[in-house]
Design a protein around this ligand. Structure first.
Ligand code: ADP
Length: 431
């Protein structure tokens, strides 16, 4: 019985001891687990933040054990990633800025001819609509030649392509394409094509060519007339009193025309070159128009044309180079007198319009057919070529007026009803 009592007590003690040992070890195990897993959890949380793009997240106070080393390595890695991401972001921003500020269009394709990138300037050259990404150049720019250039570059047939291409619709454009393959480790990874719009350059070349042709043509007629009649005189017509005088008159008229042409050409080139700076001053409009009346009086009287001027009661001034503005107004008034029939009317009106002065030169002459109005200020443009030549005109007068107006920061426009008369409006900055 005693042994059983002792044994039972011992069992109880043993059980209590086992339970106590289990409890204590559970507490220790929990503490140990907490101490080890806490920094691991912190590393995990920081890694999650990093994956979300928060590169500033750091693991604070890493210890000196293995987990502490891991935390330090993690912090270093985060720092490096941050630096690299910043570098890539700034590089990409610079690249984007360059691409956007370029006036030339750019297309970058991958090796499967799919577009990776285009810039805004390209949209000014080709009517690109929608998202170009992943499409073929042909689908986006709708030009077979561009597609062929891309294919040729990607096939490695050429290391650089320079080609002039034309686009007809919706408006005609001439473009120079420069294409280069993107090569990495000897493999073609894609291609870059740069588009330079040379439409304006080509247009100016045509204008210049036409101008030279026009000038030569205009000079040739009076020059060959002078030569022809001088030769006729030399060949014996000098003795033919009656005809000789007529021939000399023709020579004189043609020489005048040559001189006028050369003077007009010189004026035009002087104004266009911008080499003669404007002598801008406060000019009273009244004085200029009175001088205009005097200068045109003789011609007007010959054709019995009535010259009328309408000025506001107050004195108005323009900021202008007086001699140039006089030349412009003289060209307008001279045309009005020249093209208006006998007993006609020429009227010069000056008015103030919102900080500008408008000087209108109108006549009740033949007027200008509507289809010519748009081109009337072009050099050598004449409505009725044969009649203009008779009047000894050069076809440069209105072009000079336009240049003078624009040089002054002003403008000129025309309104005309065919058969009823014309009005030219010269608008200049008010002083
Ligand atoms: P031009 O030396 O031939 O007069 P302009 O450049 O001054 O050259 O004028 C161009 C053309 O415009 C003229 O040839 C003429 O046909 C037309 N034109 C200009 N002014 C008038 C006007 N007041 N009335 C009718 N036609 C005009």
């Amino acid at each position: 019985t005693d042994i059983e009592v002792v044994s039972t007590r011992l069992k109880k003690i043993l059980l209590a001891a086992v339970l106590a040992a289990l409890f204590i070890s559970a507490v220790f195990a929990f503490l140990a687990a907490f101490i080890i897993t806490r920094p691991v959890n912190r590393i995990h949380a920081a890694a999650m933040e990093l994956s979300r793009g928060n590169y500033d997240k750091k693991i604070s106070g890493p210890g000196n054990d293995e987990i502490g080393d891991l935390a330090k390595a993690f912090n270093h890695m985060a720092e490096q990633i941050k630096l690299k991401v910043e570098e890539i972001t700034s590089q990409s921003a610079r690249f984007k800025a360059v691409l956007l500020s370029m006036s030339d269009g750019v297309v970058v394709v991958d090796k499967k001819e799919n577009i990776l990138l285009i810039n805004d300037a390209l949209k000014k050259i080709f009517p690109v609509t929608g998202d170009a990404f992943g499409k073929k150049p042909l689908e986006v720019v709708r030009n077979v030649e561009v597609q062929e250039i891309a294919e040729s570059l990607l096939a490695g047939r050429e290391s650089h392509i320079k080609k002039e291409i034309s686009r007809i619709l919706p408006e005609e454009k001439t473009v120079i394409v420069h294409g280069t393959p993107v090569v990495r480790d000897g493999n073609i990874e894609g291609a870059v094509m740069v588009f330079h719009d040379i439409t304006e350059i080509r247009r100016l070349e045509t204008v210049r060519r036409d101008f030279v042709a026009n000038v030569s043509h205009e000079l040739r007629t009076p020059a060959s007339n002078i030569k022809g009649f001088a030769e006729t005189l030399a060949a014996g017509a000098l003795n033919d009193r009656e005809h000789a005088a007529e021939f000399v008159k023709i020579i004189e008229e043609n020489s005048d025309r040559l001189v006028r042409l050369i003077e007009d050409l010189l004026s035009l080139s002087r104004i266009e070159s911008g080499k003669a700076p404007l002598d801008l001053k406060k000019c009273p409009v009244r004085d200029i128009i009175e001088k205009l009346e005097k200068e045109t009086a003789k011609q007007a009287e010959l054709k019995k044309i009535k010259f009328e001027k309408i000025l506001p009661s107050n004195e108005i001034y323009i900021k202008a180079d007086e001699s140039m503005i006089f030349q412009a107004l003289f060209n307008l008034a001279d045309n009005a007198v020249k093209y208006t029939h006998e007993n006609g009317h020429v009227k010069v009106t000056a008015r103030e319009i919102k900080g500008s002065v408008e000087i209108e030169v109108s006549d009740d002459g033949p007027g200008i057919p509507e289809e010519h109005l748009e081109r009337i200020f072009e050099r050598f443009y004449r409505v009725d070529k044969s009649r203009s030549r008779e009047t000894g005109s050069t076809g440069l007068g209105l072009s000079i007026v336009k240049h003078i107006a624009e040089e002054h920061g002003g403008s000129v426009r025309v309104e005309s009803v065919f058969g009823k008369g014309s009005s030219f409006f010269l608008i200049l900055p008010q002083f």
